[in-house]
Write a protein of this length. Structure first.
Length: 276
């Protein structure tokens, strides 16, 4: 098995006019693209296949961590059933892997690749081909206020908390459009990250766009199976240099994908993770 592959990754460039970067969350029905004012910057990057040495990469050192734990819920066709059946077992996995005292899952997204289809509405999400981080410090704090009772939020924000995604393939092996993760130790937090406003019809969120850095160290686990998962750290309130605080990530077209491989299907959960 090849030790690495080369993928063309879509990075971020700031708007040429110096304005605040934004993305509007209402896709163009003909192109499937989200209107934005920043510039796409495609760059070929080497992506190392770390199968066989996954245990060298943890949430604290790299910002991501792989595990093998089959899900009891396997249909992933009904949101209510996912919340009832898949959320609780995923909470248990996150607690076990992190030592957290409480975990609150606030949403999930299922992605099924459909070549040639522009529709990327909420029920028809496709893999994201953009290097990004889901949350900024500002939006992470806002998530606590948004998803937890007002009486609880102030105390929780005084403790260590994280936002962690749990990602896994569903239905079959993910050779098509796998997930690439950037080792936090290769990220220049001050210079590589740019806050991007996410403009919804009724509110505003914020993510990080990621600028190209030739020193970025990209990793993936080739051929992830449905009983494998990865935790992706999007935020950590501990920012004293002792631990990774985030992980840029993206889907990418792997040139080593065998012809006829099934199209990628995956689910990601997003969770607030708290510690006593």
């Amino acid at each position: 098995m090849a030790s690495s592959t080369t993928g063309t990754l879509n990075y971020f460039l700031s708007p040429p006019d110096g304005s605040r970067p934004y993305t509007k969350i209402n896709a163009d029905p003909t192109t499937g693209q989200l209107p934005h004012n920043w510039v796409d910057h495609e760059m070929p990057m080497q992506i190392e296949n770390i199968r066989g040495k996954e245990d060298q990469f943890t949430l604290d050192n790299a910002g991501f961590q792989f595990a093998r734990q089959a899900a009891t819920h396997t249909s992933f066709t009904n949101d209510a059933e996912i919340e009832k059946e898949y959320y609780p077992e995923s909470i248990d996995i996150i607690k076990k892997m992190t030592g957290a005292s409480s975990v609150v899952i606030f949403d999930h997204t299922i992605r099924r690749r459909r070549p040639g289809e522009a529709d990327d509405s909420p029920q028809r999400r496709q893999p994201v081909a953009l290097v990004h981080v889901d949350q900024t410090t500002r939006s992470s704090t806002a998530r606590v206020h948004r998803h937890l009772p007002p009486s609880d939020a102030p105390a929780l924000l005084k403790r260590r908390f994280q936002i962690i995604n749990l990602w896994r393939p569903i239905s079959h092996i993910a050779l098509d459009w796998p997930l690439a993760l950037c080792d936090f130790r290769s990220v220049d937090v001050k210079n590589d990250l740019m806050p991007v406003a996410l403009i919804y019809p009724d509110r505003e969120g914020e993510t990080y766009g990621v600028k190209h850095n030739p020193g970025h160290q990209w990793k993936y686990l080739r051929g992830m199976e449905p009983d494998e998962l990865v935790l992706i750290k999007c935020f950590d309130s501990v920012q004293d240099g002792s631990v990774a605080i985030l992980t840029p990530h993206t889907g990418f077209q792997d040139p080593t994908t065998p012809e006829g491989a099934p199209l990628r299907e995956s689910i990601e959960l997003r969770a607030l993770v708290f510690y006593d």
